[in-house]
Design a protein around this ligand. Structure first.
Ligand code: ADP
Ligand code: RBF
Ligand code: MG
Length: 203
């Protein structure tokens, strides 16, 4: 695709939004942030029925001190899942038990629903044949897409999230943002996403 063919922006209910975030060279400080934990139950609002299931992670200020100070908003990056062999989508690459996917996530209070606790929820950009509650997930948060917003209705929220997904896919498809370990010409060192747990001391 030539440069001229790449759409630079699209108008949603929120106005004109850019399709690419950050420079082509890759994420810039303070990114990437790392976060990990087991997938837990969320608010049970039926995000799945909207076509946007979100895997919720515990928000733990002691494990991820930066989480209390980063702005609430929508972020994008890579998610890695340690699916059990019994899961229909279990197909890890060689040398690792982790599977890696692009993701968009929301960190904050969901002003549309006026939550009173801060949540971290991840929509993985992949079709899964079954849930994966309890599975360990690692995140490499590569950049910031936009502020959290309140909306007139659910349709506008869904339209913005759908656009967030496009932004993440397009932004992460550049070599400087693609993870080297996926072996498709990516240049970004994302080894932590697929590293096996350290050997437990055998004494
Ligand atoms: P909850 O309120 O419990 O978070 P959701 O409706 O948000 O419920 O659904 C989230 C669950 O759906 C996740 O925990 C995961 O097990 C499953 N799931 C299936 N596909 C996806 C996906 N593409 N991204 C995130 N979670 C998914
Ligand atoms: N909730 C909001 O109230 N405002 C938002 O701007 C918002 N943006 C989101 C962006 C993404 C990528 C995701 C995954 C969720 C977002 N949410 C937002 C949270 C959303 O309200 C929640 O996932 C609902 O459960 C969807 O029905
Ligand atoms: Mg959820």
């Amino acid at each position: 695709m030539s440069k001229e063919e790449i759409p630079t922006g699209t108008t949603t209910a929120s106005g004109l939004r850019p399709l690419l975030i950050g420079p082509s060279s890759g994420p810039e400080p303070p990114y990437p942030y790392r976060m990990s934990g087991p997938v837990i139950s969320g608010f049970g609002r039926g995000s799945k029925e909207l076509g946007i299931p979100t895997a919720n992670l515990p928000v733990d200020n002691s494990l991820t001190p930066w989480i209390s100070s980063i702005p609430s908003g929508v972020y994008f990056g890579w998610a890695s899942l340690l699916l059990p062999p019994s899961h229909p989508n279990y197909s890890p690459a060689s040398n690792t038990s982790w599977s890696m996917f692009p993701m968009v996530m929301s960190i904050g209070y969901n002003p549309f629903y006026k939550n009173d606790t801060r949540s971290a929820e991840v929509h993985v950009l992949h079709e899964f044949q079954a849930d994966f509650y309890g599975t360990d997930m690692r995140l490499l948060i590569m950049g910031y897409i936009r502020d959290e917003k309140d909306y007139k209705g659910l349709d506008d929220l869904v339209e913005d999230i759908t656009f967030d997904c496009r932004v993440a896919r397009q932004s992460l498809s550049r070599p400087g943002w693609r993870v080297k370990e996926l072996g498709d010409g990516g240049q970004f060192e994302g080894g932590w996403l697929v590293e096996q747990e350290e050997e437990k001391a055998s004494l």
